[in-house]
Design a protein around this ligand. Structure first.
Ligand code: GLN
Length: 500
């Protein structure tokens, strides 16, 4: 039985391209047909067949010269928060409807076919408006369906990226994570995603939400595929993002590729200490998720790792702290959308103030408006000390707690999300219900630590469950290595939604 092209991983597709068994043009046509056939999922906000085919021809031309770089000619798609020259960029908002950037984001350029790693862009992926949300139901365009059960959310805010990879409409995608938006949708759709250390990937050309938290990362089906993408995405960008880390880009994939399948009884993770924060395993997490996570951890023990208890006492405070700091930064970042320099402008208005008011009221959705108001409030004279400054102080304490925990372990593990994917509309208009779902991802974001989600089992309704692995600063390679060993020993990342 022949395997369909869309069942292959990034690494397998790259090998086929390098052996000239398939051309980038053929691959691109194949995946674009799938994108068209599954338009009902709502994963894509923009495609442009001619642009993608032209990029594929450019990749094929590079292959024809004998160039053999690991991603050359492999299709991908970008979360619609990255600006792109060749496609429109909306950030999931009516504010930026029909906006087209004159340049590519650094991450897009590094992965792309114009002088980058040579990946072919299939289009732009749906997301919550300005990356604010946990279910992709805050997109101004359409909600995204979870391919495992189309009545459920795919998670958010990178929900289009997650759904597209899980449905095999594209072998890999970019995402961004401010408070969990790579890890949580990866968990809810059964794919693998990594949020690197803050600053590892350039933020240049990422529509800004909360600048001290925003971080780009890859989403794919396996740790190896994520490693392949991250190797091209990461690296300093000193002229364009002053917060990008001054550390050389690493090759995250070669060591993983060198590790073949292990026989039973082999313990490649011997010596690795995995810390389990008591606060991540309490009553707040549903029983099905806990069961799957514990099952995955038992597998890590079989691979030689030891489990130790650690404590992250301020975990609960990460929700109020994040929901003060992120809106504060958002209120500042979103002030540039005024209908003059950028974005939607109201058709009629009486004067300048009225124009700002109408343009912003029409352009921004409810959640974005709510956050601008909260952010403006917590930064205002008289409230700054009580809310914003206090939150910043607790943020520091949260980061310090992680360092205390890392004195006892190498990696911290737990659930990504307290439940499996919920039904579209289930949380209604209650913003707090969405905020609470971020409990396990926010603290590491506030600390700027790398974290990943690894498919680890299934829960209620057969829905995927993700295991979260959090590393210390700059330890992406260690996280990817541990996840890769787990994926050599298990097949959760290979399971697919049926009927897609
Ligand atoms: N769910 C969180 C929020 O709504 C995180 C979003 C993100 O990481 N972009 O802010």
């Amino acid at each position: 039985m022949s395997t369909d092209l869309h069942d292959l991983s990034v690494a397998q597709l790259a090998a086929k391209l390098a052996a000239r068994e398939v051309s980038s043009l053929e691959l691109t046509q194949h995946f674009l047909a799938r994108v068209d056939n599954h338009a009902g999922l709502g994963a894509f906000l923009a495609t442009d067949r001619e642009v993608s085919l032209a990029q594929a021809r450019a990749a094929d031309a590079r292959l024809a010269t004998g160039e053999r770089t690991p991603l050359l000619g492999v299709p991908l798609a970008h979360k619609d928060i990255f600006v792109t020259r060749d496609f429109p960029t909306t950030a999931g908002s009516k504010m930026l409807e029909n906006y087209r950037s004159p340049f590519d984001a650094t991450v897009v350029a590094r992965l792309g076919v114009h002088g980058g790693a040579g990946m072919v862009t299939l289009g732009k992926l749906n997301c919550d408006e300005f990356a604010m949300g946990s279910g992709n139901d805050n997109s101004a365009y359409q909600p995204v369906q979870n391919p495992w059960d189309i009545t459920r959310v795919p998670g958010g805010s990178s929900g289009g990226s997650a759904a597209a990879v899980a449905a095999r409409l594209v072998p890999a995608a970019t995402g961004t994570d401010t408070g969990g938006s790579i890890r949580q949708p990866a968990a809810l759709t059964g794919i693998t995603g990594i949020k690197p250390t803050y600053g590892r990937c350039s933020r240049y050309g990422m529509v800004a939400f909360a600048s001290s938290l925003d971080q780009a990362g890859p989403m794919a089906r396996s740790a190896l595929d994520c490693a392949l993408l991250l190797s091209s995405m990461a690296g300093p960008d000193p002229d364009r993002d002053s917060t990008s880390l001054d550390l050389p880009a690493l090759d995250y994939a070669t060591d993983l590729i060198a590790t073949g399948a292990q026989g039973t009884g082999v313990t490649p993770l011997k010596g690795l200490k995995i810390g389990l924060p008591t606060q991540f395993f309490g009553a707040g997490c549903s029983a099905d998720v806990l069961k799957a996570v514990r099952g995955a951890l038992a597998e890590f023990e079989k691979l030689g790792a030891t489990l130790v208890d650690v404590s992250l006492p301020l975990t609960e405070l990460s929700i109020p702290v994040y929901y003060v700091i992120a809106p504060a930064e958002a209120s500042s970042n979103l002030s540039r959308f005024d209908g003059v320099r950028y974005g939607h402008r109201a058709a009629t208005y009486s004067d300048l103030t009225d124009m700002y008011k109408k343009s912003r009221s029409e352009g921004f959705g409810d959640e974005v408006t709510r956050r601008i108001m909260i952010g403006t409030y917590v930064l205002s004279h008289g409230y700054y000390d009580a809310y914003y400054l206090k939150a910043q102080k607790i943020r520091r304490l949260i980061a310090e707690d992680f360092q205390k925990a890392f004195a006892q372990c190498d990696i911290i593990a737990g659930p990504v999300s307290p439940t499996v994917a919920w039904k579209i509309g289930e949380k209604g208009d209650d913003p707090v219900a969405n905020y609470l779902a971020d409990i396990y991802t926010l603290s590491s974001s506030l600390a700027g630590l790398p974290g990943m989600s690894v498919p680890a089992g299934s829960g209620e309704g057969g829905m995927p469950v993700g295991l979260q692995l959090i590393g210390n600063y700059f330890k992406e390679a260690q996280l990817l290595g541990a996840a890769h060993q787990f994926q050599l020993a298990t097949d959760w990342h290979l399971r697919q939604p049926t009927g897609i």
